[in-house]
Ligand binder design. Structure first.
Ligand code: NAD
Length: 474
């Protein structure tokens, strides 16, 4: 049983003022495997004060100094890959393939921030003015449990590259990952106060960060409800806010698609990260005249998708992160049945043969309408909804009839047609016949899926304030 008793403030691991010990679970067994001592408002304030004190010197560092610091971070995080992998599987339940990606992503994303910094233009001549992009101040970075180490590293590396200092409030449910990242960051030897990490509850530490006048900017990844709350809370101190929120992403299967060929992409998009992915393609739009054929192919394909022990090599879907998340997913499966959608695969309860662990059967509803709750609300589990459409215009209308707009997939043989459809989908990202990622391109959502963008020069810009300099005669 691991006990994580420290938070990280001003270059040191310190005992929090907060007294609460929070249980960490292994979602595959439901057992308590550790405890983390949570910080409180006072801890948040100390961390913010440290970041504020460190800001003037860090904001004046040169590009070369920041690159050197980020390289040390990269090296230290990369050296922790296998430890991170173990924590991710134990504490989060990611299946092996996903876990490996989640363990390498934190270092990769630091390398990507270095790349962005190398070519970033901090100054530009505009007419008679010199425009200087200046670091915004102390950034509050708040992360979710579904990729905690990756989000900490992405947000922090970008903030540091821009010249900001930071207070990180990681997911309280991912303290083992946070501990490994914190130790690696400490080894990287940055000046004290440049980054600070406070484990704590969202409504305590997160809230303190959101209200504090010395926090200039919040970068938040999490649910749309908390994102909305952060915008209104931050309004009192005119905070800059970047939000990466939820999704109900469409996978648009065009008429000419070869179902056998596309099915692996359809299921990978839908069941990504055990269904606990903001970008998961959970609405599958299928031409009505080919619905029966699609159902046959998907039913056969999903029968080979194993939900179970994440340590088994053939497992595609691991457990839900918590009992609460498991209950939520079960509830949505009941709702789907009550709404009259037809269950094509899966359903309520654990997969056959599993008595413990927050496992869900890979579940697919068909014959659904886009008005049903299972088509409108983010379930955040391996539950997919097939919605038939009449023609291309109808497919686009259904794809866009959602409050979200984070990601979309378009599948078909005629690439021109795919692109025509893709261009009409209101979404931060549209993928055609691929699930690839391009880290130099912006990532973020339309509508309720977010505000602003992360990654590349767009991500950097979000931590900078343009200053216009006009010079007259001396
Ligand atoms: P959540 O919103 O419940 O929590 C996210 C973080 O916010 C946690 O650290 C939490 O402690 C903190 N928080 C909670 N209440 C707060 C408050 N009042 N003030 C400040 N902070 C607070 O989300 P979650 O359940 O951890 O994660 C799942 C959600 O994250 C899903 O909706 C998913 O779509 C979204 N997500 C989005 C992206 C993206 O890039 N768009 C990526 C991953 C996850």
């Amino acid at each position: 049983m691991q006990r994580i008793g420290h938070i990280y403030i001003n270059g040191e691991f310190v005992t929090p003022h907060g007294q609460e010990w929070f249980d960490l679970h292994n979602p595959s067994t439901e057992e308590v495997i550790g405890q983390v001592r949570l910080g409180d408002e006072e801890d948040a304030q100390r961390a913010i004060a440290a970041a504020k004190a460190a800001f003037p010197a860090w904001s004046r560092t040169t590009r070369a100094e920041r690159i050197a610091a980020l390289r040390r971070i990269h090296q230290a995080i990369a050296a922790r890959e296998s430890e991170l992998m173990e924590a991710i599987v134990t504490e989060y339940g990611a299946p092996a393939e996903r876990g490996r990606w989640m363990a390498t992503y934190p270092a990769d994303v630091v390398a990507q921030a270095i790349d962005a910094l190398k070519t970033f233009e901090f100054e530009e001549q505009v007419g008679t003015a010199r425009v200087i992009l200046t670091p915004i101040g102390v950034a509050g970075l708040i992360t979710p449990w579904n990729s905690n180490a990756g989000f900490i590293c992405n947000k922090l590396a970008t903030a540091l590259a821009a010249g900001c200092t930071a207070v990180i409030k990681p997911s309280e449910m991912s303290a083992m990952q946070t501990q490994i990242v914190a130790e690696a960051l400490h080894e990287a030897g940055l000046p004290p106060g440049v980054f600070n990490i406070v484990n704590g509850r969202g409504e305590v530490v997160g809230e303190a960060i959101a209200r504090h006048p010395d926090i200039a900017k919040i970068s938040f990844t999490g649910s749309s409800a908390v994102g909305q709350h952060l915008v209104s809370t931050g309004a009192a101190t005119i905070k800059r806010v970047t939000l990466e929120l939820g999704g109900k992403s469409p996978t648009v299967v065009l008429e000419d698609a070869d179902f056998g060929q596309i099915m692996p992409l359809v299921l990978q998009a839908g069941f990504a990260n055990s269904g606990q992915a903001c970008i998961a393609g959970t609405r599958i739009l299928v031409p009505r005249h080919r619905l029966a054929e699609f159902e046959r192919v998907v039913q056969e394909a999903v029968s080979h998708v194993k939900s179970g022990d994440p340590r088994d090599a053939d497992t595609a879907i691991g457990p839900m992160v918590s009992a609460r998340q498991w209950e939520r997913v079960q509830n949505y499966i009941r709702i789907g049945v009550e709404e009259g959608a037809r269950l094509l695969a899966g359903g309520e309860g654990r997969p056959d043969g599993l008595r413990a662990g927050w496992f869900v059967k890979p579940t697919i509803f068909t014959d659904a309408t886009n008005q049903m709750r299972i088509a409108r609300e983010e379930i955040f589990g391996p539950v997919l909804t097939i919605i038939p459409y009449e023609d291309e215009a109808d497919a686009i209308a259904i794809a866009n009839d959602t409050r979200y707009g984070l990601s979309a997939v378009v599948l078909g043989q005629d690439l021109e047609r795919c692109e025509r459809v893709a261009r009409q989908i209101d979404s931060g990202r549209v993928l055609i016949n691929t699930l690839a990622h391009e880290p130099r391109a912006p990532f973020g959502g339309f509508k309720h899926s977010g505000l602003g963008r992360e990654m590349g020069k767009w991500g950097m810009s979000a931590y900078l304030e343009p200053k216009t300099l006009l010079v007259g005669q001396g």
